[in-house]
Design a protein around this ligand. Structure first.
Ligand code: TMP
Ligand code: ASP
Length: 245
């Protein structure tokens, strides 16, 4: 207990995480909360130990991706529901990759959920709660938001690399990766790193055999067994013996 650092300076509190300053200038403490929200926080919930479960899943996924050439902000686990991360400035666009049509795009286009796509589809959404994170085209990003063509291409390339790694990782534990959302940030040297988290909060994960959902759709759609599903994802990942570095 004695040597535990107290992270008291809160920099930002989001729906499922808090970010604190640390004594090191380039390092933040990211705390995973037990809360769960959907539909831009219109629906709120929580379950016991969600923070720890998601922190553990994110840590394993970041370690795995690092071994597959994807650099992230993750440094190491810290305290019971947190991790130390490299300080980055978040690029305000969520990057969604879809392998199978589900959720908002399926609904918008009137297509059946579960329709496989012939190749992964990368989409961008502008991070702005007041606007409900609207879809933006690459042209809108370039012309309106002045994101360089080089950065847009890099974000697409990284998102597809992450998709490839994650698809393989989840396939090994009998889970099909339907889609996911990631965020990127720039570190103090201007390098683009994978940031935020990769957990069942921001992925659609279906059991390969039963097609059962093992992600936040269980909460969004009142399917029950939310905690058990998140724990199931963690338990399967832990069996793989993913090592740090
Ligand atoms: P969507 O089908 O609702 O657009 O979601 C696509 C993926 O992105 C899905 O895995 C859930 C994730 N997602 C988030 O993590 N945060 C969000 O705010 C939204 C809308 C989706
Ligand atoms: N993550 C968003 C929210 O907290 C939306 C969602 O995942 O459904 O409201």
């Amino acid at each position: 207990m004695g040597q535990e650092v107290n992270y008291s300076e809160l920099l930002y509190e989001g729906k499922a995480k808090k970010i604190f300053k640390t004594p090191e200038k380039e390092v933040f403490f990211l705390e995973f909360k037990d809360s769960l929200t959907a539909f831009n926080a219109l629906k709120k919930g929580s379950f016991e130990n969600k923070g720890i479960v998601n922190r553990d899943i994110a840590a394993l996924v970041f370690d795995y991706l690092e071994q597959h050439g994807v650099k992230s902000h993750y440094l190491k686990k810290e305290k019971h529901n947190g991790m130390l991360v490299k300080k980055v400035e978040i690029i305000p666009f969520e990057v969604v990759v879809r392998n199978v049509l589900a959720g908002s795009t399926a609904k918008k286009l009137g297509l059946e959920e579960g329709t496989p796509l012939s190749e992964p589809l990368v989409e961008f959404y502008f991070k702005k709660d007041e606007l409900n994170d609207p879809f933006v085209s690459e042209e809108q990003m370039r012309i309106i938001y002045k994101i360089s063509e080089k950065d847009i291409s890099l974000l697409c390339e990284l998102a597809l690399m992450i998709n490839q790694g994650l698809k393989e990782l989840f396939h090994r534990i009998d889970i099909e990766l339907i889609d996911f959302k990631v965020e990127f940030g720039k570190d103090l040297q201007g390098q683009i790193l994978l940031a935020d988290e990769i957990t069942p909060d921001c992925c659609r994960l279906w059991d390969v055999k039963t097609k059962e959902k093992l992600d936040k759709d269980r909460f969004r759609r009142d399917l029950g067994q939310v905690k058990e599903s998140y724990e199931q994802v963690l338990a399967r990942l832990q069996k793989l013996n993913i090592r740090k570095g």
